[in-house]
Design a protein. Structure first.
Length: 113
């Protein structure tokens, strides 16, 4: 039999249609996960492109361990900023300096009847 029969053409068409639908869904899921990984790495302070390594078989385990156990760059920056003295200490009320204004734009807190 050189040529497939008409019933074989229907089965072949159904298989090709199913393959096309599965491929489109798979591509959409892959793009979704690429965006999710990109956002996670960007919010952690790393380059978002590191999220693409989650699709490489051995590199994904290494990158995931770095993400889980390493100190994120965003926390390094936060700790540095917290260690700096305040920029404008005259508006910070402290017990040692009670004369500093607590409400500099109004002079006194608003009074309600």
């Amino acid at each position: 039999m050189l040529y497939p029969s008409t019933s074989d053409n229907g089965i072949l068409g159904a298989l090709l249609g199913s393959l096309l639908i599965v491929s489109i869904i798979g591509l959409a899921v892959t793009i979704f996960f690429a965006i999710v990984y990109w956002k996670i790495f960007a919010k952690a302070g790393y380059s978002g492109a590191l999220g693409l390594l989650m699709f490489v078989p051995i590199a994904n385990l290494i990158v995931l361990c770095v993400l889980a156990f390493g100190e994120w760059p965003i926390y390094k920056e936060l700790n540095y900023l917290r260690s700096q003295p305040p920029r404008n200490p005259q508006y910070i009320p402290t017990p040692q300096n009670p004369s500093s204004p607590q409400y500099p734009q109004y002079g006194q807190p608003p009074r309600y009847p």
